[in-house]
Design a protein around this ligand. Structure first.
Ligand code: EPU
Length: 420
């Protein structure tokens, strides 16, 4: 299993190009099922999770041509000959459930494995199923599979999600584009990745009102067509490299990104004492060699502070001046990085969903283990400032969501190598 060997102490400086967002590329790939002519996506990151979703599409008979160097993926869904997404693929990535809505809307049936357990929480999908049922689908969950069927087309309806769900909003939004009549969805997720999906669907010919708000109105159309579309920048990757600058007292400019995608995170960096400057497609964080000040926050749906940045900002708090209080409200078990950070000398007390972090002067290197994607990045950040050499195990988690992470970090001056 690959590991990272990281020598702490380098101050990160320079420019890093941000990739397309994993969490946008996945629903966009699922949406290609809806199109009656080929779609070309660009700015698609070269990530394990993207490869998994492409495998799911290929297992449905869809023709996919991918050029990893240019980041373009050409999808021709006209060769689709199966409506079955097997456990073997879905268990490796929960987002595979996103093929359910498009398959059902376009072909009237789908059998998709229920995603299995997940390190950060139980993550059920009953909101997706309830909404599709409300649109006229007959749904049975049997032997670990969701069997969904509809006579004719799905029917437009009005419904409100019981909780804000990113994947649920995306699945139902895709399904509603080809439904008969109008669907009104309340309490929708407003994450930029949902907006990116809605923008792609509109380009394909869908009729959607309320994009970027918590109420989406979708007027069903008979068919959607192929287009060229570029994936939005990864706001979490952006925030993670800015956190590396905050952590090491350096100055990092992220390019090919958009400051409007992560305002709540940028405000926290400013509260830490960082100087943030930005243009339409870049953001720079300059820490000017200062020790960051501890910050407090709660994770909440967009536009508030994102759960996917919780571990990284907690890690900046571990070496900050003062005490920060963090409350995780999205996932029930997203503090798996805490015991690992504690092994590096961090002072963190967890009480239920709240973590109280008191900054220490320095962390110490230790052998540590990644438990999930964002936790792995938090441990990389910790290792960058720790005294000594950290060995980070199970980095396959980081490969799911950070494109060329060690090359990018090395480009900023980090001493990091991948070892077997
Ligand atoms: N939930 C339910 N029932 C449902 C759906 C969701 O109880 O039917 C709960 C979940 O268990 C969770 C909360 O609602 O506690 C939010 O879940 P959501 O559906 O919004 O999350 P998701 O769509 O499964 C996406 C991202 C996650 C990100 C969350 C929240 C993708 C592929 N994944 O997951 O990204 O944390 O939204 O913003 O878009 C990551 O990139 O590291 C990652 C975990």
């Amino acid at each position: 299993m690959d590991k990272f060997r990281i020598q702490g102490g380098a101050c990160l400086n320079g420019t890093v190009r941000i990739s397309g967002a994993k969490n946008a590329a996945l629903p966009l790939l699922a949406a290609t099922i809806l199109a009656s002519s080929p779609i070309t996506l660009s700015n698609v990151p070269d990530l394990k999770d993207v490869s998994t979703l492409i495998k799911v599409l290929e297992s449905l008979g869809i023709t996919v041509q991918r050029d990893k160097t240019s980041g373009s993926v050409h999808v021709d869904a006209s060769t689709l000959n199966s409506r079955f997404a097997p456990y073997e693929l879905v268990k490796t990535m929960r987002a595979s459930i996103l093929v359910l809505g498009p398959l059902l809307a376009r072909y009237g049936e789908a059998t998709v494995s229920l995603p299995g357990g997940c390190a950060i929480g139980s993550r059920p999908v009953e909101q997706h199923l309830k909404a599709l049922e409300a649109m006229g689908a007959e749904i049975r969950v049997e032997n670990g599979y969701v069997h969904a069927k509809v006579d004719g087309r799905l029917k437009g309806t009005r419904l409100s999600f019981d909780m804000v769900t990113v994947g649920g909003t995306e699945n139902v939004l895709m399904a509603a584009t080809l439904a008969e009549g109008t669907t009104i969805l309340d309490n929708c997720a407003r994450e930029p990745e949902v907006t990116d999906l809605a923008n792609l669907l509109v380009k394909m010919g869908a009729k959607i009102e309320g994009i970027d708000s918590d109420q989406l109105t979708i007027h069903g159309v008979d068919s959607l067509s192929g287009v060229d579309y570029s994936v939005v920048a990864d706001r979490i990757e952006t925030g993670s490299y800015l956190a590396a600058a905050a952590m090491t007292g350096g100055c990092v400019r992220t390019t090919h990104t958009d400051p409007r995608l992560l305002e709540a995170v940028l405000r926290k960096f400013e509260e830490m004492g960082a100087t943030i400057t930005s243009g339409t497609d870049w953001i720079e964080l300059d820490m000017r060699g200062k020790r960051p000040k501890a910050v407090s926050f709660r994770t909440l749906p967009h536009p508030a502070f994102p759960t996917d940045m919780q571990a990284q900002i907690m890690t900046v708090n571990t070496i900050a001046d003062g005490t920060g209080t963090i409350t995780e409200t999205i996932f029930e078990n997203r503090y798996m990085h805490v015991p690992e950070l504690s092994r590096m000398g961090a002072k963190i007390q967890v009480d239920g969903h709240t973590a109280i972090v008191t900054g220490v002067e320095t962390l110490q290197a230790a052998p540590v283990m990644a438990t999930d994607l964002r936790a792995s990045m938090s441990l990389v950040l910790a290792a960058l400032t720790a005294q000594g050499e950290t060995i980070l195990d199970r980095i396959y988690h980081i490969d799911r969501g950070y494109e060329h992470v060690e090359e990018k970090l090395r480009g900023l001056g980090a001493v990091i190598e991948r070892v077997k």
